[in-house]
Design a protein around this ligand. Structure first.
Ligand SMILES: Cc1cc2nc3c(=O)[nH]c(=O)nc-3n(C[C@H](O)[C@H](O)[C@H](O)COP(=O)(O)OP(=O)(O)OC[C@H]3O[C@@H](n4cnc5c(N)ncnc54)[C@H](O)[C@@H]3O)c2cc1C
Length: 407
């Protein structure tokens, strides 16, 4: 029986980037990448953006930021059903595969809508197939209801409206993204959605959905749209390793600052709850670029192995979001803030976020790329919000933050 030098589960950005980094670092083969997805690796972000507004079938956008090396045994439609950390095996389609090292990057799945009948027609948006199903349904629809005001909900609502549908978005928040980004950003997003004709109904929850698409709301209204998309957030898929005995927290696999979860096992992307080397605490991130960055750390660390010099996870988390024609960029530790300061920029704005000690913990920019780049460095350096607003140079690294790749 073949023993794989490295087995990777998951063909999202974390898995692909781990494969590339492992090969670049000279990790021993053979290498196999096992993925439940029947399609070759593709980008998810376009699925709520331009893919939804383009005519015709949704074509996959291949991942370009990382490339699967030649010689990797890629198995599509191969769901790993169990991992045995002692025997160093995985179960896939009735087969047992043995590994020396394992990178698990199984990502997330969309949260289901509570209160919906089993046969209610409710779209979710995660995979290429989901994107195709949603786009096809949209081509035959006149009205759409989007449930949830996270980034995917806002992006999809904007895209559906741009495709000519009458779109309603319902959210329990007072304004889209208010909890995460604060009032100013929330009002901007609301106005962008309103400009596209999206009817945003705030402070409202779905109480039940009767098949096929009769939606009852907490404000007493009932809607019967041609299409329903639930965008309520995600459930990280950490159970595969959790069932094998690894420590999990809220569905994520707990890992050290090298993203190692057990001897010979590394995790990356949405399922990881890694100890961030600069933040000095465990972080959970759900972003494309971070999945790529974490996958690269996991892949390189798998290549050097348990006894080699392991690299730390140090990248400041961040993402971008495009709502209609408006692109926001955000970098932050992602676990909250106490104070926000808005600064106007020509045709845009910057919001600086700080904790109770006035340390910068996040930056959100719209048409202010220079602030975004500078903000990431300042966050990594532990700068104060006053320094960020004054436009000071990046300060010396502070105690507790020993290294900073970005500085
Ligand atoms: C519509 C949409 C738009 C987005 N837009 C943005 C954006 O604009 N900016 C941004 O930063 N982020 C965005 N994201 C989030 C981003 O795509 C995710 O954070 C990223 O894909 C996470 O990467 P990952 O590799 O951890 O997991 P995933 O990309 O979820 O990949 C997980 C892989 O694991 C496989 N898998 C799962 N279970 C098993 C198993 N048991 N056995 C084998 N394989 C398994 C899956 O099939 C999949 O291939 C978006 C996400 C969606 C869905």
């Amino acid at each position: 029986m073949t023993t794989y030098g490295l087995l990777i589960t998951g063909s999202g950005p974390a898995g692909v980037s781990a494969a590339e980094a492992y090969a670049d670092a000279g990790g021993p083969g053979p290498v196999a990448l096992l993925t439940a997805d029947p399609h070759a690796p593709y980008e998810r972000p376009p699925l709520s953006k331009n893919a939804l507004t383009s005519p015709g079938d949704v074509e996959p956008t291949p991942i370009t930021e990382a490339t699967l090396p030649d010689g990797v045994d890629v198995r599509l439609g191969a769901t790993v059903t169990a991992v045995d950390l002692g025997a160093r095996t995985v179960q896939v389609g009735g087969e047992t595969l043995t590994f020396e090292r394992l990178v698990v990057a199984t990502g997330s799945t969309p949260l289901p809508l509570p209160g919906a009948e089993e046969d209610a027609e409710i779209h979710a948006l995660r995979s290429l197939q989901d994107g195709r199903d949603l786009a096809r349904a949209a081509q035959h629809a006149r009205t759409a209801l989007v449930i949830g005001s996270g980034f995917i909900g806002c992006e999809a609502a904007a895209s559906l409206a741009r495709s000519g549908l009458d779109v309603t978005l319902v959210t329990p928040e007072d304004a889209p993204q208010q909890e995460r980004l604060g009032s100013y950003a929330a009002q901007q997003i609301s106005s962008w959605l309103a400009d596209l004709g999206v009817d945003v109904r705030t402070g409202v929850e779905v109480t039940s959905v009767h098949a096929p698409r009769t939606v009852h709301l907490s404000d007493g209204h009932t809607l019967a749209p041609d299409l329903v998309l639930a965008a309520l957030g995600i459930a990280p898929q950490g159970d595969l390793l959790g069932d094998a005995g690894a420590l999990t927290y809220e569905g994520r696999v707990v890992a050290d600052e090298h993203l190692q979860a057990a001897p010979g096992v590394w995790v990356a992307g949405d399922i990881a709850r890694g100890l961030h080397a600069i933040a000095g605490r465990a972080l959970a991130v759900e972003h494309w670029g971070d999945a790529l960055a974490m996958g690269a750390v996991a892949g390189r660390n798998a290549a050097v192995g348990d006894d080699g010099e392991q690299e730390r996870w140090e990248e400041v988390p961040g993402f971008w979001s495009t709502i209609g024609e408006h692109t926001l960029q955000y970098a932050a530790w992602g676990d909250g803030y106490d104070r926000e300061e808005v600064v106007g920029r020509v045709g845009g704005f910057t919001i600086w976020y700080a904790d109770a000690a006035d340390t910068l913990v996040g930056v959100l920019t719209y048409n202010a790329d220079a602030d975004y780049e500078r903000g990431r460095r300042l966050i990594a350096a532990g700068a104060g919000i006053a320094e960020a607003m004054r436009g000071d140079d990046i300060p010396e690294l502070r105690g507790g933050r020993k290294t900073c790749n970005l500085c």
